[in-house]
Design a protein around this ligand. Structure first.
Ligand code: AKG
Length: 256
């Protein structure tokens, strides 16, 4: 069974050995429907502490918090709808085991000049940061202490749009830097599955870890999570509203 550790009252995420982190309270996760107990404190303004929740399992280390109030998150969503230009045509396809597929959602990539990122058989170059993306990136840096030079944006028009199981383990990603996933819009389920517990002939029985990613939330996937765990955003037919997800990453320029 997975455990969840709650919560620092510090705005910045405590480091592994800091007293705040040692004092966090351990709590359990439900089998299926995500976190059993949640701190119901709203994220609020950035001048207030962020109540982080710890999500842990074997080889999985994540932190979760609401970092934007509803009003802030609503505004960010609207601005992104105006600013972000999503890929079309050949750029809106991926290659899996040699076959080309349309992406079941919209995608865009932004970041520092000259950065490219290769995933699912395609190489994407970064468009220059927009003002809203810079604001969100800087808010994530302020909340976590980590810096990011690239963001992959996924827009899901409704619950039919989805993302299949994968790991963010590309060699050009800085292995020491977490992937910071900001969610805006419709809340969606997000599922982690251990690499040894996938498929019919899996070698081990390990329960998946299931979360709901809320409007204005930040999920930090710390190393080594993406080595051991796949993640996905499954179809949810009842969801009729759009959602935008931004995964901030640090790309090592020398290993391109
Ligand atoms: O939309 C999401 O929350 C999933 C995004 C994701 O898995 C990714 O960018 O690698």
């Amino acid at each position: 069974m997975e455990n969840c550790v709650l919560q620092s009252q510090n705005k910045h995420l405590p480091t592994k050995n800091s007293p705040e982190r040692r004092d966090w309270k351990r709590m359990k996760l439900e089998d299926d429907d995500g976190i059993q107990e949640k701190d119901d404190t709203e994220g609020g303004e950035f001048s207030h502490p962020i109540p982080w929740q710890k999500i842990e399992a074997e080889g999985l280390d994540c932190d979760y918090a609401l970092i934007f109030s509803k009003k802030e998150a609503d505004e960010l969503f609207e601005h992104l709808e105006e600013e972000v230009v999503y890929s079309t045509g050949e750029e809106a396809k991926v290659q899996v085991y040699g076959k080309v597929y349309n992406i079941p959602r919209k995608q865009a990539t932004y970041g520092d000049t000259d950065l490219t990122y290769k995933y699912s058989g395609v190489t994407r170059s970064a468009c220059p940061w927009t003002p809203t993306l810079e604001n969100i990136r800087d808010a994530v840096t302020k909340a976590t202490g980590h810096t990011f030079n690239f963001v992959l944006i996924n827009r899901y028009k409704d619950g039919l749009d989805h993302m299949g199981e994968h790991r963010d383990d590309e060699k050009e990603l800085d292995p020491a830097c977490p992937i910071a996933s900001v969610s805006l819009g419709a809340a969606r389920d997000f599922i982690f599955r251990h690499r040894d517990a996938r498929g019919r002939n899996c070698s081990r029985q390990i329960e998946p870890v299931k979360l709901e990613l809320a409007h204005g939330s930040l999920l930090l996937m710390n190393p080594p999570t993406n080595t051991f765990w796949y993640h996905s955003l499954p179809v949810r037919k009842k969801i009729l509203q759009p959602r935008i997800n931004l995964t901030f990453r640090r790309i090592l320029k020398s290993k391109k």
